[in-house]
Design a binder for this molecule. Structure first.
Ligand SMILES: Cc1cc2nc3c(=O)[nH]c(=O)nc-3n(C[C@H](O)[C@H](O)[C@H](O)COP(=O)(O)OP(=O)(O)OC[C@H]3O[C@@H](n4cnc5c(N)ncnc54)[C@H](O)[C@@H]3O)c2cc1C
Length: 393
């Protein structure tokens, strides 16, 4: 196998191209827009830049944020200090950074829309408006709206979240997360260089209803929409059965990033999984295992072992977090209250925000800390406030 076509040059495709070109594959990236301001919060967790230090050690404009304010109905707010900051980019800058690295590693970067992909013997012919591109192997990285039906995750109803928001002129030094009643999702305010990204994601609710919720929130918070730029997109958010049958690879191709549905079903974090799956796909392609079919199998195995099993478990947890109750209140309200009153619980939340606490193992850690957390809460502000009819704290 000599020539690899990477279809899509977002974070997943660009990073896969960098790794493959560095290893000596003749690599071409085809992207219809190249670097662009993809609708996105642009937040990278500690887990991402700790494993891939170039994501923080670079000269691209970025914000490092060390404080998050969490809020939920009937629970007030909680301030969470983050020793390991969240790094926030504009997607134009992040995509540029990654595409430049791919080009420096020797990948050809071409602005072209992929129209169709045909099997030709052992290889592929990729149709664009220009001359067709021939390749021995395809890496599919065309995001959540991947137009190729036969490659990548088959998104069933219920496997996506709508995500929309505004780029608002302004500045602040904290992230805000607002949970909402009966919504599997949340509102975020992410400070970026020169503006705020204020958005909402939610599952099972139409985009117009989400927009109404967001507009109401912005009015209540005094965040003006004049001069704001609206954005909307789709987030994969696979249901548990969809993780089990997820089509991440096939004969002569592998899908990475959003095209493979690799997004955290609770937080919507996708950038780390785009980068990580690109790394795993490149490792599988470069592996000593002989045949192309064996490399494809190796990619499936690496994904599962590395993070897909954890995200699958996250898809089960999502329902309990967003729709569940605990101690006579919603789980999200309790999360906010516990964060405010229990240093032990706040440490768990910090690790979740840093991406260092897997979902598998979370229940055990919560149980191990439950007595201590409850004691801290009882000592800190009085246990009676957790009981029904108690006043907001
Ligand atoms: C509103 C919103 C907020 C988000 N916030 C965060 C966040 O704060 N942190 C986080 O980690 N994740 C976030 N995500 C998720 C994150 O944006 C994605 O997981 C990430 O962009 C996936 O990278 P990717 O390379 O797989 O796909 P993409 O970034 O979508 O890249 C796909 C590329 O394929 C190209 N393409 C598509 N079709 C074609 C075609 N036919 N021909 C050629 N090229 C094509 C596109 O131009 C694009 O450049 C958010 C998502 C949304 C929608």
């Amino acid at each position: 196998m000599k020539r690899v076509a990477v279809l899509g040059g977002g974070p997943a495709g660009a990073f896969a191209a960098e790794l493959l070109a560095s290893a000596g594959f003749k690599t071409i990236v085809l992207d219809e827009k190249l670097a662009w301001e993809k609708p996105c919060g642009g937040g990278l967790t500690y887990k991402a830049y700790h494993q891939y230090p170039f994501l923080i050690d670079n000269s691209a404009p970025k914000k490092l944020i060390t404080k998050t304010v969490l809020a939920a109905p009937k629970a007030g707010e909680a301030s969470l200090a983050m020793e390991r900051p969240l790094v926030i980019y504009s997607r134009l800058d992040l995509n540029n950074l990654l595409l430049e690295r791919a080009a420096s590693a020797g990948a050809d970067i071409e602005k072209a829309r992929v129209l169709a992909v045909e099997r030709r013997g052992e290889g592929w012919r990729i149709q664009t408006r220009g001359a067709p591109v021939e390749a021995d192997f395809c890496v599919v990285a065309m995001g959540a709206r991947n137009p190729l039906r036969d490659f990548g995750t088959e998104l069933k109803p219920g496997d996506t979240m709508a995500a929309l928001g505004y780029y608002v002129p302004g500045t602040q030094e904290r992230i805000e997360i607002q949970f909402l009643p009966r919504l599997e999702g949340y509102i975020w305010v992410f400070p970026r260089c020169g503006h705020l990204s204020v958005g909402i994601c939610g599952k099972g609710e139409p985009a117009h209803a989400l927009r109404q919720r967001l507009d109401r929130y912005m009015e209540q918070r005094g965040i003006g929409r004049r001069d704001a730029v609206f954005y909307s997109h789709l987030l994969p958010s696979l249901e548990t059965p969809s993780w089990k049958r997820n089509r991440v690879a096939g004969e002569g191709w592998m899908a990475i990033g959003d095209s493979a549905g690799l997004v955290d079903p609770i937080t919507g974090e996708g950038l780390y999984y785009a980068i990580r799956s690109a790394d795993l796909a490149a490792r599988a392609l470069l592996a000593e295992v002989g045949s192309v079919a064996a490399k494809v199998q190796e990619y499936r195995r690496l994904l599962r072992r590395d993070f897909a099993a954890d995200l699958e478990f996250g898809s089960r947890l999502a329902k309990r977090i967003f729709h569940g109750n605990f101690l006579f209140g919603s789980v999200t309200a309790r999360m906010v209250q516990f964060t405010r009153h229990s240093p032990r619980f706040a440490r768990i939340m910090q690790d979740l925000f840093a991406g260092t606490q897997p979902y598998l193992g979370l229940k055990q850690r919560l149980l191990d800390n439950l007595n201590g957390s409850l004691l801290e809460i009882a000592m800190g502000f009085g246990f009676r406030r957790l009981l029904p009819g108690a006043s907001k704290s």
